[in-house]
Design a protein around this ligand. Structure first.
Ligand code: GDP
Length: 424
């Protein structure tokens, strides 16, 4: 799917490609594909059981389920069980038989009708056969991507994400235990979720989807509850994402995955280094740690790094000030006049490369939206703007205006007509 011509998979250089989640667009529907890694509904083996739990989480969060069979292996006894299991979710299911390498082999998928399903989609992932038909139908059932964040609400919506045991629950509880804070529970945006609202310095903060985080659970329950899938759904609800990293372990691949998702979603980001009380320190420890993080999270070079201890309370309350600062940048608007004076000067200093024999011009720039700040530059040859030039312009924007903690986006469009998009 991700390689088919029709799908646009939103991926950004610098963000790890190797993961089981991909954002895609098909027929103007934006969606996330989650690869669950497969499962056996009756598994008693510990690892298989864990896989099933992860798959169950994905099923709970999904709008549409695709059940993929192996057409070469043929119908397996366990397939029936899987079908029965998935039907309980009462969600649309697409039954897809893979490894059917062309229309003449479609007949091979017929035996799967024995499962009592209405439609079987024969496809070949390797050759692309059938993918288009399948996703035309899938896209029809996907909801329109509605941004659930209310534009008129001036509260700052925050998601706390991080590996199990990073200290999310300790952090939230410590924050809520601060005497200066007034807190209350709110029903969340998604099914069964609870948000926590607090007021600090006259500002309302809503920590989204805190029910699972706040409730103390056994380790295995927490493992079950937390997953990258869970993190994706709380990212959707938030403006600012706090990525909690365990200082005693350092940043891990999972941290990188979650941070990458926050970045791709265009959320404001803060890197919080927790358990700082456990680290033996001298004057250079924080600097060295920060440098390693910067190397790991190259795409998050704009995100502030904040060291704290959720357990002792060290710099926990200060996090709120940082969130407010990032939110300011995240919602910041630059006037068109100021923006164009600035761009004139920058383009004067360094011109875009020629397109064939023609001069590439940038006519004017406007900020079209915030959350995150998004700019559109009108040009005669949008497709001729080189990636490195765009990077240069973004760096200049940051140098001049800051935008600490927030991604920025810059799109190039011709004067009138369709646009070319590039995400930061
Ligand atoms: P979660 O799974 O991310 O919610 O992590 P928890 O909040 O349950 O914390 C996991 C463990 O780390 C618990 O035993 C906490 O007491 C401990 N912990 C969390 N934050 C800190 C910290 O800042 N310093 C120390 N020393 N321990 C911490």
């Amino acid at each position: 799917l991700c390689r088919s011509r029709k799908a646009i998979v939103e991926d950004v250089p610098g963000v790890t490609r190797d993961r089981n989640y991909a954002d895609a667009v098909w027929d103007d529907k934006h969606f996330t594909i989650v690869d669950t890694g497969g499962f056996d509904p009756g598994a008693e083996d510990k690892i298989l059981e864990l896989m099933r739990e992860q798959a169950q989480l994905a099923i709970d969060e999904a709008d549409v389920i695709i059940l993929l069979f192996d057409g070469r292996a043929g119908l397996m006894p366990a397939d029936e069980e899987v079908v029965a299991y998935l039907r309980r979710a009462e969600k649309p299911i697409f039954y897809v038989v893979n490894k059917i390498d062309g229309r003449e082999q479609d007949g091979l998928s017929a035996e799967f009708y024995a499962l009592g399903v209405e439609t079987i989609y024969p496809i070949s992932s390797a050759h692309g056969h059938g993918i288009s038909d399948l996703f035309d139908d899938v896209a029809e059932l996907l909801p329109d991507g509605v941004d659930t964040r209310d534009e008129t609400d001036d509260s700052i919506r925050v998601a706390v994400v991080g590996k199990p045991n990073a200290g999310k629950s300790t952090f939230i509880n410590k924050l809520l235990g601060e005497e200066r804070l007034l807190t209350s529970d709110l029903p969340g945006t998604t099914r069964d979720s609870i948000d926590t609202e607090l007021t600090y310095n006259g500002r309302r903060y809503v920590f989204v989807d805190t029910a699972g985080i706040r409730r103390k659970r056994s380790i295995s329950q927490r493992l079950e509850k937390f997953s990258v899938i869970k993190a994706i759904s709380s990212l959707e609800e938030a403006d600012i994402v706090l990525i909690l990293v365990d200082a005693t372990i350092g940043a891990t691949e999972q941290d990188e995955k979650i941070a990458g998702l926050a970045f791709e979603r265009g959320r404001g980001c803060l890197l919080l280094i927790n358990k700082w009380d456990l680290v033996e320190k001298d004057t250079s420890t924080a600097g060295t740690f920060a440098k390693e993080l910067r190397d790991r999270f190259k795409f998050l070079s704009f995100a502030p790094i904040h060291f704290l201890s959720a357990k002792t309370g060290l710099r926990v309350a200060k996090t709120l000030q940082l969130i407010e600062r990032v939110h300011e940048q995240y919602t910041r608007r630059i006037g068109t006049g100021e923006l164009n004076r600035f761009f004139e000067e920058v383009v004067e200093r360094k011109q875009p490369a020629m397109y064939r024999t023609k001069k590439v011009k940038i006519y004017y720039v406007t900020q079209v939206t915030t959350k995150p700040p998004t700019f559109v530059a009108k040009t005669n040859f949008p497709e001729a703007i080189h990636f490195s030039y765009e990077r240069f312009l973004k760096n200049q924007l940051r140098e001049r205006f800051g935008f600490e903690g927030t991604p920025i986006r810059l799109y190039f469009r011709p004067r009138g007509g369709k646009r070319t998009e590039v995400d930061d």
